[in-house]
Design a binder for this molecule. Sequence first.
Ligand code: UD1
Ligand code: UDP
Length: 402
Amino acid sequence: MATRPERPAVTTLNTKGALRLKGKNVVLAFGTRPEAIKMAPVHLAMERIAGLTPRILLSGQHREQLQQALSLFGIEAERNLDVMTERQTLPGLAARILPQAARLLKEMESDYVLVHGDTLTTFVVAWAAFLEGVPVGHVEAGLRSHSLSEPFPEEANRRLTDVLSDLDFPPTEGARRNLLREGKDPDRLIVTGQTAVDAVRFAAGKGRLPVAPEGKQVVTVTLHRRENWPRLAALAGALAEVARTFPDHLFVYPVHLNPVVREAVVPVLEAVPNVTLLDPLEYGEMAALLAASRLIVTDSGGLQEEGAALGVPVAVVRNVTERPEGLLTGVLRLVGTEPEGVREELSALLGKGLGLLRISPKTNPYGDGRAGSRVAQAVAWRLGCGERPAEWIYAAEEASSS
Ligand code: UD1
Ligand code: UDP
């Protein structure tokens, strides 16, 4: 009797179309623009590791903004919960994500789940994984503002996620210390640097500048945080005054798709001649805009790291930042959230010379551009497919301790 042929090894296509042996399933789960941008380098690195199969599960907390973020990296999601609704509420969003994420993590035969940062998707997917008994790794773990009201609700999301996580990837030594103070096992903490640094380097030179500055100096602006909503229109008013004071500058503001944000800022700024309001930009264009800027004015988290990576100073429209390394280095300045104070700070920065450092990539306190690869290697180590990676050590810290 003829012997039956052996069952072929299960195969899968990676996003570049290459055939590879199926390994352990690592589900990268995310849902918003910043998570997509900062998880893309992890996905790209993991595709190169034998024994791991990265698979993307989207919550769909964002829709257009998320696709714009992913397109530059050429990576595609396998499943999408597609939960976004117009003017969604946080409890409604959480209620839609939790059961569906739990079901799909099982369907996708997840051996490991990776979440990123501090959005509602981050915590709710981590919770779903925990309830299903799937270990979770937290990329960009350990950031702390030490205030539950700012950023809201992100500070809670990241603390709650770190209660559940199996591996934590603090980007910096400071973030690692925060996790140690909370009693996390040092063996499960790997300092990787910020994947935002990898992402912005990947994007450099790949997108066109979305505006023609016509001899003006560019200032990039983004404001969208929930805790700033009550004063967003007033902050836009302060920005309009600054723009009128500095007609030789072009203020470029890609406005978040959230209707609450658009209704607050568009009416105040649309008629100011040297303010250009844009729809959200694809990541390559955004990186080009940031690189061409004299100053970045923002309440975003990721832009603080990208400014540092590009050597562009950042005025942070917050009272506190969970990314203090840039304050110490001198590339970030907290300008508060009170509109008159913000107007004065921005006017002083632009008028008297920035007084902020245009740091070089070598002194960037957030990373060296190889964070994604460290995360991927660490997951391989945890799943028994590789060695524990060497951690990122900030050169300035190395120098001061030697
Ligand atoms: C969310 C995150 C925040 C992150 C931000 C990044 C939470 C609680 N908040 O805030 O941490 O900094 O994303 O941008 O997780 N919308 C669209 N299309 C999109 C995206 C959003 O139309 O592609 C509109 C929808 O009307 C949606 C609204 O924006 O209801 C708000 O989106 P949501 O994700 O709830 O809040 P963000 O303010 O974007
Ligand atoms: N970004 C983008 N297009 C835009 C605005 C922002 O690609 O029009 C990028 C930005 O460069 C950064 C990320 O989106 O990488 C920041 O996202 P967001 O400000 O929405 O979230 P946060 O960083 O505040 O969590």
